[in-house]
Ligand binder design. Structure first.
Ligand code: NAD
Length: 323
């Protein structure tokens, strides 16, 4: 198999490309570099610069590299931006996906793995979110991921493509400092950013119905996530692979915002008390994955804990801040 990895120079995409290449898979990355960093990829992984929604480019890349499977990570991913620019999100995340799936079907590519998100669930009031929990996204980003899954499955059925949708929970950490997330959109870099600016971390709401009153989330190390992609790709590579599979990718363990902020204080050596601010609209009290299907279907379970995520993310933050 040769796998095309869209968004391959991105935070998660580069981890996936490296993990798959190191495991002996042939990979080629495609990235428009709107958020990607080419140096995240080693020189033996070819990087095509261009859009995953460019029909002519896709036809050429799929043919030239004799691609047999696609891992589609390229997307816009900022919730607040999606609320402000919904048409852009639908156009880029869904329009681009439709173009990609047409090219994939036209080239006879039979395997497709889609980056979905826990954002498809919205705010369900359950202890553990299973893949059968009702999907009710609460922002346009989550809507594009849910509609993207529908599109992937429909195209798979129509064109005989075996498909897998991976619903990632809260991704953190780095396999190496140079691969770290450079954006400040998730809680770990947001707290680092506050500390770096000599400000106290912020906690939004401490009166939720949770053990310590702060929101509970399921954090997954990006290196574990990359291994989940490898497992899913291997499953899709089987000659008899067909149909569709949708899987949560999380640890199945809840960590509260206060616990995470305390851990960040320990790792960074800056344990100044957090300030509590009002709840943010749309934050669910608890969002924790059931990791059972991933174990059953992919033979994969997360191995790395929260401390490893925070320590590796901190090393990456210091490297990038140093620059
Ligand atoms: N980071 C998370 O916590 C998280 C959680 C759930 C799902 N996801 C999904 O995982 C995927 C990767 O996220 P990430 O955190 O690595 O983000 P990222 O922004 O680092 O990576 C996305 C990559 O795609 C590229 N890209 C964007 N639009 C493109 C296009 N039209 N054509 C080609 N390349 C394009 C960007 O340059 C970037 O390199 C996304 O689909 C995202 O929605 C991320």
């Amino acid at each position: 198999m040769t796998w095309l990895i869209t968004g391959g120079a991105g935070y998660i995409g580069a981890h996936v490309a490296r993990a798959m290449a190191e495991a002996g898979e042939r990979v080629v990355a495609l990235d428009d570099l709107s958020a990607g960093v080419p140096t995240r990829l080693p020189s033996d992984i070819p990087l095509v610069h261009g859009s995953a929604g460019d029909d002519d480019l896709l036809k050429r890349v799929l043919a030239e590299h004799a691609v047999t499977g696609v891992v589609h990570l390229a997307a816009r991913k900022q919730v607040a931006e999606s609320v402000a620019q919904p048409t852009r999100y639908y156009q880029e995340n869904l329009g681009g996906l439709a173009t990609l799936l047409e090219a994939v079907a036209g080239a006879g590519v039979g395997r497709f793995l889609f980056s979905s998100s826990a954002a498809v669930y919205g705010n369900p009031d359950v202890d553990l979110i299973t893949e059968d929990t009702v999907c009710a996204p609460v922002n346009p980003y989550g809507e594009t991921k849910l509609a993207g899954e529908w599109l992937v499955r429909a195209a798979g059925r129509a064109h005989g493509i075996a498909t897998t949708c991976l619903r990632y929970f809260n991704v953190a950490g780095a396999a190496a400092p140079e691969l770290a997330d450079t954006g400040v959109f998730n809680i770990v870099p947001m707290v680092f950013d506050r500390l770096t600016r000599d400000e106290a971390p912020r906690i939004f709401g401490d009166d939720y119905p949770t053990p310590d009153g702060t929101c509970v989330r399921d954090y997954i190390h990006v290196a574990d996530l990359a291994e989940a992609h490898l497992a899913a790709a291997r499953r899709l590579s089987a000659p008899e692979a067909s149909g569709d599979l949708t899987v949560n990718i999380g640890r199945g363990e809840g960590v509260s915002v206060r616990e995470l902020v305390t851990l960040i204080g320990e790792v960074t050596g800056d344990s100044r008390p957090a300030v509590v601010e009002p709840r943010r609209p749309g934050d669910a009290p608890r969002a924790v994955a059931s990791a059972a299907r991933a174990a059953d279907e992919l033979g994969w379970t997360a191995r790395r804990g929260t401390r490893e995520m925070v320590e590796s993310a901190w090393q990456g933050w210091q490297l990038h801040r140093g620059r």
